[in-house]
Design a protein around this ligand. Structure first.
Ligand code: ATP
Length: 875
């Protein structure tokens, strides 16, 4: 399926990247808003979410057009939309860029921050479409820049940053043996402008901060800076020719040698040997040959380049370790920021590799967009107007197609002991003289030093000097062997580090064929990149440089038109208009758009397809049905997509409605049940509390009542006892009265006998009422009996007695006691009165009163108490 795979054109100077911009583009379709790299990033991200296919954003354009900035915008966009809160891994991905820029970017005549390496950043996503990590693949770092920079250009940024920091901080200068920038030859090969120390020092702080975010230990960071300082010192070694065959160090070299040995933790003699002697492999025997002065200088440069490039690849692998997505990050969105097409006044091996990369990517683009497209039209038997496009296959073949191509001829020379640039050029002229994409040089005078290739973006003249040497990629194995026994842990680790991707040599060490050449490695790397891109859904971002002065809103028409032409933009607009850029298999089309049909019948797919399109009122010129696929123009596709989106939206609302209702019902029932259960439990609890309170109150009331009754009964019994004693006293009085008046006494005796008999009856009745209790419970009866038999009445015992009796006393009995007691008291009072009037003697009366009634008021009160108690009892 060819999706909306075309591109946005980025005018790099007007492209903003605030969070507001990001939120504006988020969730919007490509084309809804004005062209912006965020729209592409959004489309690619949506596609990864919807279709679950890996995506690739291929960013191209010439040097300084804004590829690196665009890459950063895409990363920033992805990091922002995939997380509300910036997570650690996203921070690490952004900071990795800071490190890569410091170590891999440099000032060129076209761009102050030119990437001198290519990179493919695969941002990996988990099943929830959140960023899980990132894998970076680097391509061909420009090594020659370490030792030499053209006019107006600079070495890699990190070199200046380190030296500037050394100027600011004495401690750092001492630890890394740093000197002012003017001291180092590798920083002064061109007349570039003066270094802004404070700016560089600030950038150095940013790099160390980025190292910290990537959790790189301090000893490793220090190790990296030691290597950089050693490289700078290497440039200052001058050598001295001894006899034309042997070289030695000059007096001024000693400081550099001791500094480098210290920094790398090497033995001084070993290091000197590396600089002055070369090892060669002759049929398995390693032979040491002293280097001539020219060779020693070249060897020193090679050593510096090898150290820097190894440190760079080590850093990339370290960053990959830190941002490794693990098992979860299966899907990825790759961002390819590769060096733009270059055509300088002096072009060398590096420019050939860079322009070869651009040719390769352009071919991929052409193949994907034009050739493949039109071959599918033919296969499917649909009618179309053939679209012509600029095919760059011949140019690519001259560079890379075996058996005879530029790279093959160059490798041949590298494998020859006496291989040279001139021999390479001669072979090229012979081989490609008649090739349409090849010219021998800018003019006849330069045929011995130059060759030209007509790239898709224009003719580039290459100076052949240094091609063989640069392609040889001298590995400096001896130096790394010595470094492996360094005292510094990082240096040791670095020396053992191998970029495993390209270790494929079967030749013995030291032989000229022992290593793949730089071009071989680079070709393999690029091929694997193309293989990865072929398995992704590509998105193209073409960066256009509007003017050469880096001014905003200034367009140099001819410059822009040239770029639009060679980037294939004009061709692509044609195919968009004339071709059918969207094609879908029948099944996919039906699955995707059947929602637009009311009646879903699948008997004849072709009929069904045309039904969908007719019902949706699509103009018939805008679509065609092939043998297995349906082909659509962009306008139809847009319309279908928009209808589909509306239908899905409406249906989604209905589904949501039902689902929400179901959820609400479910939640209501659950809440209701919960409320009932809570109510149930609460009511139970409240009733239990109320019952307990009432029971406690009842017990209190009962105990109080029982106490009251017990006290009243005890008072009654006490009163009985007192009456008994009164009777006894009266018996005594009777004898005295007899002597006064026998008749009166006889009457008195009779009356007393009657009263005694009444009291005896009461006593009998009490005994009789106590008796049933004795029969019911022997223990109870014992207590009761003991109580009754006691002379004195104890209130506690009375209470126990009442408890035991458990209400067996009849209220009537108490009433009777009360009545009898009242009667008794009343009778006694009357009797005393009678006695008083009978005698008629006041002196005797007072004696009798004192004798018979010593406590008249107390009697009356007791009687009232008993009466009151019994009355309450009855109530
Ligand atoms: N959107 C932008 N806003 C402001 N400045 C920009 C923007 N894009 C690019 N630039 C400026 O242009 C310069 C070049 O951009 P950039 O480094 O991205 O180019 P490039 O295409 O990657 O070049 P090279 O191929 O040399 O690496 C930047 O250093 C920056 O100053």
């Amino acid at each position: 399926m060819l999706h909306r795979r075309l591109f946005v054109l980025i005018d790099n100077l007007s492209c903003g990247a605030t969070n507001q911009h990001i939120s504006e583009y988020h969730t919007f379709k490509l084309g809804d808003l004005s062209p912006h790299v965020f729209a592409i990033a959004e489309a690619a991200y949506t596609s990864i979410v919807d279709d679950n296919i890996n995506q690739a954003c291929v960013i191209s354009g010439e040097s300084g057009a804004g590829k690196t900035e665009t890459t950063k915008f895409i990363l920033q966009y992805l990091c922002t939309i995939t997380s509300n809160v910036s997570s650690w891994v996203q921070q690490q991905i952004l900071e990795a860029n800071t490190i890569l820029e410091a170590f891999g970017n440099a000032k060129t005549t076209r761009n102050d921050n030119s990437s001198r390496f290519g990179k493919f950043m695969q941002v990996c996503f988990d099943d929830y479409n959140c960023i899980k990590g990132c894998v970076i693949q680097d391509y061909l770092l420009e090594q020659s820049r370490i030792t030499f920079q053209s006019e107006g250009e600079r070495n890699y940024h990190i070199m200046y940053q380190l030296v500037a920091q050394g100027q600011k901080n004495i401690g750092i200068a001492k630890s890394f043996h740093l000197r002012p920038p003017e001291f180092y030859k590798y920083l002064n090969t061109s007349n570039s402008e003066k270094i802004n120390m404070s700016l560089e020092s600030k950038k150095f702080d940013a790099v160390t901060m980025a190292f910290t975010v990537l959790q790189i230990p301090q000893f490793v960071i220090d190790g990296v800076f030691k290597v950089l300082s050693s490289i700078l010192w290497l440039g200052n070694i001058e050598f001295m020719d001894v006899d034309g065959e042997v070289t030695d160090f000059s007096g001024s070299d000693q400081e550099a040698i001791s500094s480098i040995s210290n920094l790398l933790g090497l033995n001084r003699c070993d290091f000197k040997k590396v600089l002055l002697i070369r090892q060669i492999n002759v049929r398995g025997n390693i032979t040491e040959i002293p280097l001539k002065i020219k060779e020693a200088i070249e060897n020193r440069h090679a050593l510096a380049k090898a150290l820097y490039s190894k440190t760079f690849t080590w850093l990339v692998s370290k960053i990959n370790n830190c941002t490794n997505p693990g098992q979860d990050g299966a899907k990825f969105l790759g961002v390819l920021d590769i060096f733009g097409f270059e055509n300088f006044s002096h072009n060398s091996f590096e420019q050939l590799c860079i322009n070869y990369t651009n040719e390769k990517l352009h071919k991929f683009f052409n193949h994907y967009v034009f050739a493949l497209e039109q071959s599918i039209y033919k296969q499917e038997g649909i009618y179309f107007n053939h679209v012509e496009f600029t095919d760059n296959t011949p140019c690519l073949e001259i560079i890379e197609k075996p058996p005879r191509c530029v790279f093959k001829l160059l490798t041949e020379q590298c494998h020859m002991p006496k291989g040279s640039d001139s021999a390479f050029l001669c072979n090229m002229h012979t081989e490609f003289e008649s090739h349409p994409n090849y010219i021998k040089g800018s003019d006849r005078r330069h045929w011995e030093t130059e060759f030209g290739i007509k790239h898709y973006a224009g003719l580039v003249i290459y100076s052949v000097g240094g091609f063989v040497e640069k392609n040889r990629d001298v590995q400096q194995d001896v130096m790394f062997d010595y470094m492996s026994s360094s005292k510094d842990l990082f240096i040791k680790d670095l020396s053992k580090y191998q970029d495993f991707q390209f270790i494929n040599s079967s030749y013995p060490r030291g032989s000229s064929k022992s290593k793949c050449t730089v071009s071989d490695n680079f070709r393999q790397q690029l091929q694997s990149l193309i293989d990865v891109l072929q398995n992704t859904k590509p998105w193209y971002v073409r960066c256009i440089k509007p003017n050469l002065q880096k001014r905003p809103n200034t367009y140099s028409s001819s410059l822009v038109l040239d770029q639009l032409k060679y980037l294939g933009v004009v061709d692509i607009i044609r195919i968009r208009r004339e071709g059918f850029p969207i094609h879908l298999a029948y099944k996919d089309f039906i699955v995707r758009y059947k929602c637009l049909m009311k009646y879903k019948s699948f008997e004849c797919p072709q009929k069904y397809l045309s039904n969908i399109l007719q019902i949706s009122r699509m103009p018939p010129t805008e679509w065609q049905i092939g043998k297995t696929k349906i082909f659509l123009r962009n306008a139809v596709y847009e319309l279908l997509e928009s209808n589909r989106k509306d239908t899905i939206y409406k249906n989604a609302v209905i589904i949501q409605k039902y689902w929400n209702r179901y959820c609400c019902q479910k939640s209501f029932i659950r809440n209701k049940q919960a409320v009932l259960r809570i109510q149930h439990a609460y009511r139970g609890w409240r009733l239990r509390i109320r019952f307990m309170r009432m029971r406690r109150s009842a017990i209190v009331i009962q105990s109080r009542l029982r106490g009251v009754f017990a006290r009243e009964v005890a008072a009654a019994l006490r009163e009985m006892k007192r009456v008994d004693e009164e009777l006894k006293k009266r018996d005594g009085m009777y004898g005295q009265l007899t002597s006064i008046n026998t008749n009166t006494l006889a009457d008195c005796e009779r009356l007393i006998q009657e009263e005694l008999s009444v009291l005896a009856d009461i006593s009998d009745e009490i005994q009789a009422s106590v008796k049933p209790l004795n029969d019911n419970n022997t223990s109870e009866s014992n207590t009761t009996r003991a109580l009754i038999q006691q002379d004195t009445v104890d209130l506690d015992n009375i209470f126990i007695f009442l408890c035991e009796s458990n209400g067996s006393f009849d209220n009537a009995l108490i009433g009777e006691i009360n009545d009898n007691m009242n009667n008794l008291v009343k009778d006694l009072d009357e009797e005393i009165k009678e006695l008083h009037y009978y005698d008629g003697t006041p002196g005797k009366l007072s004696e009798f009163e004192q004798l018979l009634n010593p406590y008249p008021t107390q009697d009356a009160r007791q009687a009232r108490v008993i009466y009151g108690a019994v009355k309450r009892w009855k109530l």
